[in-house]
Design a protein around this ligand. Structure first.
Ligand code: PGA
Length: 251
């Protein structure tokens, strides 16, 4: 694949993984160390409990790390929450914000997602801002309209050193279902056009990831699409062998 934007493959472990799961990062590191030149950037977003240990042990590797969410404030009385600055301090370079599971489970609005993305940028992290339509919205023919609205209202005006957008149709997450390649293509092209409209030249450089049941068997055909600049991978990122195959599909 030869594209102007270096592809980015992000593993989202969600609420999975005890200490022994770090062995999968060792396995991935070993696989990557055998490859002379990898053609994409690789990020793992483990649970917060594993982040620091993983990031410290792999600070000289080809793997970067990210958090799965952050609070919009830097510090304060927010029991149980983690700030972007804390994630940065723990070794993260990225943070996922506005994942549909957080939008649903924690009632996160577009406004909150924007605040979190701003906090991430201020703390030196790259926010991975998630958008995506529900099954009903897709069936009603409103997918493009819904995602456009989420995109414009979840993205800060000032994108600082850069953001990443992840298009994740909610109905494709963890289900084994994916949209048709034409539908992915159409959505990513719409997102690219909007990013350029909003952010000019900077918008042309924002990676747009596809997420939702990406796996070794479908990664290549998705990653080859013009405005797909990588993937946000849940289930298939938990095993190093599967995740490595998806990473390899970038070349
Ligand atoms: P999945 O999850 O790959 O397991 O569908 C993707 C995500 O939710 O980021």
């Amino acid at each position: 694949m030869s594209k102007a934007i270096t592809p980015l493959i992000v593993g989202n472990w969600k609420m999975n993984g005890l200490i022994e799961q770090l062995g999968e990062i060792d396995n991935l590191d070993y696989e990557l160390s055998k490859v002379e030149k990898i053609t994409c950037s690789v990020v793992i977003c483990p649970p917060a409990t594993l982040l620091m240990k993983a990031a410290l042990s792999k600070r000289h590797s080809k793997i970067a790390f990210g958090g799965q969410d952050c609070h919009s404030e830097e510090k304060g009385a927010h029991t149980g929450d983690i700030s972007a600055k804390m994630l940065f301090d723990a070794g993260a370079q990225f943070v996922i914000v506005g994942h549909s599971e957080r939008r649903v489970d924690h009632n996160e609005s577009n406004e909150i997602v924007t605040q979190k993305a701003k906090a991430a940028l201020l703390s030196g992290l790259t926010p991975i801002i998630c958008v995506g339509e529900s099954e009903d919205e897709r069936k009603q023919g409103r997918a493009l309209e819904v995602v456009l609205e989420q995109l414009t209202s979840s993205t800060p005006d000032d994108i600082g050193n850069g953001i990443v957008i992840a298009y994740e149709p909610v109905w494709a997450i963890g289900t084994g279902l994916i949209p048709t390649l034409d539908d992915i293509d159409e959505m990513h092209n719409m997102i690219r056009a909007e990013l350029i409209k909003q952010h000019g030249k900077k918008g042309a450089k924002i990676p747009i990831l596809y997420g939702g049941s990406m796996k070794p068997s479908n990664a290549k055909e998705i990653l080859i699409l013009e405005n797909v600049n990588g993937g946000l991978v849940g289930g298939a990122s938990l095993k190093a062998s599967d995740f490595f195959q998806i990473i390899s599909a970038c070349s």
